[in-house]
Design a protein around this ligand. Structure first.
Ligand SMILES: [Fe+2]
Length: 303
């Protein structure tokens, strides 16, 4: 029981049509529902109704992140845990938040980020038949990631928010950058037994550093770069490798300024395994293993 994985992100975009065109034609997501101010999208291999919500607002950044729980009872369980931690929780019936949405609870992390746990989002199916399916659909557009992977947020108190995720929401710390003063500068945590589902880095509260789409291998990272360059999308970091998580990655921006990543690799992990630690002197290598440095631009949060 408990939290299974990142379910969806809701990001602000000032130009809903431009952002929708980018996420459908360059990324290759599929539109599953539309309202006047919101567009709901999913990756091709996802069964659930949506994993990305674009909301028309004058700014950009993260409105909320949703996490999938296995059972309805998980919503009760975490409502109780959060209440004991002094956190207010709002409960929503299925469909109350939006089309296809399941039952949910919403609350605010110490960092100010709005977090949601959702049970029973509508299953719309992926783009493959359930009997004798081919490995992937034919004629997809964009770099066509099969699924959403993780989110990276910023906050002033990385250590405090990391403890909250561990002690109240049962996340498992897999990696950390510890500063020379002994405080955590960045942390990576998981629920899905992969290297990370969420990461935190020191910065302003409520900030979105990026959210990432999974792609299947290193070659797909190259293909992503080909698609982005063809469409003139600003690539911030060319294909490379992380030290922390060991993943392969490429960073770029949507038309609103939200940072996106295509990610693959990493490792599998059991919940009782101790975290890997990176020292402050090696933080550059933790983020970009080959360059060994993180430029100031990458640490700038565009939200
Ligand atoms: Fe990432």
């Amino acid at each position: 029981m408990g939290i299974l994985r990142l379910s969806h992100v809701e990001v602000r975009v000032p130009d809903l049509e431009l952002a929708t065109a980018y996420y459908t034609e360059v990324v290759g997501l599929y539109e599953t529902a539309r309202e006047q101010d919101r567009v709901f999208l999913k990756c091709w291999d996802e069964q659930q109704h949506h994993s990305v919500i674009l909301t028309s607002e004058p700014t950009y950044g993260l409105n909320h992140m949703g996490w999938k729980v296995r059972y309805r009872e998980d919503l009760d369980y975490y409502t109780d845990r959060l209440a004991k931690a002094g956190v207010d929780v709002i409960r929503y019936a299925a469909g109350e938040i939006g089309p296809g949405h399941g039952e949910a609870i919403r609350f605010t992390l110490p960092s100010g980020h709005v977090m949601e746990l959702v049970y029973g989002m509508q299953i719309v199916g992926n783009l493959l038949p359930l009997v004798n399916p081919p490995p992937k659909p034919i004629n997809m557009v964009g770099f066509a990631p099969p699924r959403l992977d993780h989110i990276f947020i910023t906050c002033e108190d990385v250590a405090g928010n990391t403890v909250f995720l561990q002690e109240v929401l049962d996340f498992h710390l897999t990696e950390q950058v510890v500063g020379d003063d002994g405080f955590q500068v960045a942390t990576w945590l998981e629920r899905s037994h992969h290297s990370h589902d969420i990461a935190l880095v020191t910065g302003k509260d409520r900030g979105l550093h990026h959210f990432a789409f999974w792609v299947d291998d290193w070659t797909a990272i190259r293909d992503t770069a080909d698609v982005l360059a063809y469409h003139g999308v600003p690539i911030e970091t060319n294909p490379t490798r992380h030290g922390a998580t060991r993943g392969h990655c490429i960073y770029f921006f949507d038309p609103a300024g939200n940072r996106n990543e295509a990610f693959t690799g990493g490792y599998q992990v059991d919940p009782e395994e101790p975290p890997i630690t990176w020292t402050e002197a090696e933080m550059g290598r933790a983020i970009f293993y080959y360059d060994g440095v993180v430029d100031q631009h990458f640490l700038t949060v565009h939200s």
